[in-house]
Design a protein around this ligand. Structure first.
Ligand code: 26V
Length: 863
């Protein structure tokens, strides 16, 4: 390989400082180097041969699964493989837990209502360095590893970015040996399964553990009881002091299920502990004895309902009560678990509690943990208010993941009164002390500021602002990308930032390179092994070495061969799922993410319509063949989002079957987008569509995964896109559209989308097309809700304002794609420069700036 290309590489690195016109903020510098393992401990330490592993699989097929090699289904083979891997995992789990208990150093508890884990088999095999051996062992048994691993259902216990981030963070915590536990909810049904019927989304239940989940272990010894409902009584203690006694109406049982999360090379195992709700036996028994069998069943059903289903992100009123119950339930179980572990070592002396524990609140969903910990310490452990408040303030930190007003959680006071009467009193007390203490001291007599900062929002329906409670209490508050953290501080919480400027910080998101490169893109991983050595999954910065080969034609060819193979695999998947034929040599342009107006899938659709019109108007026109690939779930009650899915399918149907355009463009909507599908889609993308209205996408994380896998970003200066192009070079991506500042300016000047409609004939033509029956024969107007929202609805996300610039970005992309060498160069540089976006770096930023914890070497040999 030629290496004489440093001049060009220098050109690319210089571009890090190219001005982007957007407000960028430098992220916190990683103070401590991300820890890597000694290369002497190179592999996972598992020495079993292929032959031995083969025997173990057969052994488990016989003794754990109870079947034979002749009879076993694919599912049974998969279960036997998992049982084989679990032999190693459980041994290491015991060793990790023993070590952590011995060291008794500060641990992080990551509280998240969502963990979008996806599948675990391939990931665990790669992290344990067992993938190749198990593949060979299965091959020797006449089985194909891909087919066997395809049996595993996705653990879809999350909506999207926030839940997947939690899953990446758990992976990094395990890999970096930080004492940690992930706490969440053991939903019986994850995010709905999406079917597409006649172009429309239909939601179906997702039962990921219908036939059991072989990774999880139930821990009956750690069951917790959680009180709920009832009333509060004020009692006088023998010493004359007044105290509050809560008489709950019910007690719910929390049953913990542990899922071991394997760090890279099996370094340590972090536990994901998910709580399942059950009815307590005692209650059932009493009702049963009183002759109320049916009542007892009802009680059982309502207790079990708490962890039944993950709610999709939407702003409907439906299920509010149950949602709050879910949040309280898992927080209460988790805090009891933390206290139990602490008290085992410290005998109810809370002097060191904050030194030993930090709780990270993943968005506002677990914020009810704050009044719950106050209640446990003050009411149940007899700690004074001031001491408890000081402990609680040191223990909590809060991450904000969105600026969307409708997504900032507020709970009606009446709900709290009914469900958590004592917590409501505690919240009032926290609020009273805050408003009359710090706020009054800073802004004396300013009732307007008090009203603005209060935890309670006054109005016809008084509400509790969970984000305010989180900010007031937490030691640190962070956003998830530099631009987002700046907006959190300056636009969302400006007065709080004036009170406590140092409380606010940024931790740019990251993704685990183990799942999102090593496990899902074996071809590219092999190239990195050659160029950067085998430590890159631990130290993603090492990948930068590949940029040295960006101009090497032989290397470019190999890189593009890997991409082509991935595109062929995706084309096969597309055929299998949709019956659509796509050309793997066409440019794969991909937008996969939740459907939301701010993410602007409809901007993408308008461009496709524009391109299609050009082709119809000019039959001689030869363009770069393009395949537009979408994947997106819409919240069930979000009707415009569902209409956009329908429109993509209707337009796709027409285009894909229009022989006049000779297959120059294809449009594919892949149903049921989820982690396991992302693992096939992302390695195959040429273009990554990241086209949110600037200022609305807090970070985005698929943008990082796409770039790592060698896609070029076609996107706005929003969220982490800004930092991605800072690393990869703006000239190696296609940036378009208004900046955050320009969006703010345009909105304050008064935006009128009709002006864009009237002055751009192409835009007018495609919007008018939606009103006809061209795409929906015999049903004119079936797509017109999109046009209505963009014109009569005022186009709240400035789709029309960015349309012309978006078209130009696409034109630049096509120009570059015609020059495959130049394209390969840009793709290589994108992939090579994503070191910053490893979730290991994010975790190290949290450790340095928020958590103050130490990594621990696991003591081996413990039985
Ligand atoms: C919630 C809701 C609820 C009401 C209706 C609309 C709506 C829209 C979005 C959300 C989700 C808010 C939290 C969330 O998932 N944020 C995502 O977090 C990712 C990880 O930090 C980040 O990369 C994404 O940019 C951000 O949208």
């Amino acid at each position: 390989m030629a290496t004489n290309n440093s001049a060009k590489f220098r050109k690319h690195t210089a571009s890090k400082n190219v001005s982007t016109g957007a407000n960028t903020v430098k992220t916190a510098v990683v103070k401590e180097e991300v820890k890597t393992q000694d290369s002497a401990s190179f592999a996972s330490g598992i020495t079993m041969s292929v032959e031995e592993l083969k025997d173990r699989i057969v052994h488990h097929l016989h003794t754990s699964i109870g079947t034979s090699t002749q009879k076993a289904s694919k599912l049974a083979w998969w279960q036997a493989v998992v049982a084989t891997i679990n032999e190693f995992i459980f041994e290491r789990l015991t060793q990790t837990q023993y070590t952590n208990a011995q060291k008794d150093s500060r641990a992080v508890h990551y509280l998240s209502a969502e963990f979008l884990m996806g599948r675990l088999t391939v990931n665990n095999l790669c992290n344990l360095d067992l993938y190749e051996r198990i593949k060979d062992a299965l091959a020797a048994l006449g089985k194909d590893i891909n087919e066997i691993c395809d049996e595993e259902p996705d653990m879809a216990l999350g909506n999207g970015g926030l839940g997947r981030l939690a899953a990446c963070f758990i992976d990094s915590l395990a890999t970096l040996n930080y004492p940690s536990v992930g706490y969440g909810i053991h939903y019986e049904n994850g995010l709905f399964r999406q079917e597409i019927r006649e172009g429309r989304q239909v939601e179906r239940p997702d039962s990921w553990r219908e036939y059991g989940c072989p990774w999880e272990v139930c821990r009956p010894e750690s069951v917790q009881n959680v009180p709920i409902g009832g009333y509060v009584e004020e009692q006088q203690a023998p010493d004359g002091a007044m105290r509050k006694v809560w008489h709950p109406a019910h007690v719910i049982k929390g049953v913990p299920w542990d899922i071991p999360v394997v760090g890279f090379r099996g370094s340590s195992i972090t536990v994901l502990r998910l709580w399942e709700s059950r009815a307590t036996e005692s209650f059932n028994w009493d009702v049963f004895n009183a002759g109320g069998y049916v009542d007892a069943q009802e009680e059982k059903a309502s207790a079990e309902a708490i962890s039944k289903v993950l709610y999709p992100n939407d702003s409907t009123e439906a299920g509010k009560m149950l949602r709050l119950t879910q949040q309280y339930f898992f927080c209460a179980c988790s805090l009891r678990d933390i206290l139990r572990r602490y008290n085992r070592a410290h005998h109810h002396d809370y002097g060191k509690f904050a030194a030993k524990n930090i709780v990270q609140l993943n968005d506002t969903h677990p914020v009810v943990a704050i009044p719950e910990l106050m209640r446990l310490l003050v009411d149940e452990e007899g700690v004074s208010w001031d001491v408890a408040w000081s402990i609680v303030q040191q223990c909590f930190a809060y991450t904000n993941h969105t600026l969307l007003p409708e997504a900032l959680e507020k709970w009606p006071v009446y709900l709290f009164e009914r469900l958590l009467p004592r917590h409501l009193e505690i919240i009032y007390e926290i609020n009273y002390r805050f408003l009359n203490g710090e706020v009054e001291a800073r802004w004396p007599g300013r009732d307007d500021i008090k009203a603005k900062l209060s935890i309670i929002e006054e109005g016809p329906c008084r509400q509790i602002r969970m984000a305010h409670l989180a900010v007031i209490t937490s030691s640190r508050v962070n956003g998830v990308a530099a631009i987002h953290s700046k907006l959190v501080k300056e636009n969302l919480f400006p007065e709080f930032a004036q009170l406590w400027p140092n409380k606010f910080c940024n931790v740019t998101n990251g993704v685990t390179p183990r799942r999102w490169l090593l496990a899902c893109n074996k071809g590219l991983a092999e190239l990195y092994n050659e160029v950067s050595g085998k430590d890159w999954p631990l130290k993603l910065e090492l990948c930068r070495k590949m940029a040295d080969y960006a101009d090497d034609e032989a290397f470019q060819k190999r890189f593009m061969q890997v991409k082509l193979a991935n595109k062929e695999a995706l084309a096969t998947k597309i055929k299998q799922l949709t019956s659509i034929d796509v050309n793997p040599r066409s440019m794969f342009d991909v937008q996969v993410k939740r459907l939301h107006e701010y993410k602007r899938q409809h901007l993408n659709l308008l461009y496709i319509l524009y391109l299609y019109r050009q082709l119809l108007a000019n039959p001689q026109l030869k363009i770069v063949p393009q395949t537009f690939i979408f994947g997106a779930k819409a919240a069930p009650a979000y009707s415009l989002a569902k209409d956009i899915i329908y429109a993509i399918n209707a337009v796709g149907e027409r285009i894909n079957n229009d022989h006049r355009i000779a297959n120059q463009i294809k449009v594919v909507f892949l149903p049921n987008y989820r982690v396991s599908l992302a693992e096939v889609i992302i390695p195959a993308a040429d273009i990554s569509e990241q086209i949110s209205t600037a200022g609305y996408e807090a970070s985005g994380t698929s943008n990082m995964k796409f770039s790592m896998n060698g896609a070029l970003t076609l996107g706005t200066m929003d969220g982490a896109n800004i930092e991605i192009v800072e690393e990869a070079g703006v000239e190696n991506n296609f940036i378009f559209g208004l900046s955050v500042q320009e969006v703010q300016d345009l909105k304050s000047r008064g935006y009128n989308s009709w002006d864009y409609y009237n002055s751009n004939p192409d835009l007018k033509a495609v919007l008018d097309w939606l009103d006809t029956d061209y795409f929906t024969p015999n049903n004119p107007g079936a797509l017109s809700s999109i046009k209505r929202s963009l014109l009569d609805g005022g186009d709240p996300f400035l789709v029309l304002a960015d349309f012309a610039s978006y078209v130009q970005a696409h034109e630049r992309a096509q120009e570059l794609y015609k020059d495959q060498k130049a394209w390969a160069r840009a793709a290589i540089i994108n992939s090579a420069t994503m070191g910053k976006f490893s979730s290991d770096r994010s975790i190290q930023d949290y450790v340095n700036n928020v958590w103050n914890i130490k990594s621990i070497d696991v003591i081996t040999g413990v039985k």
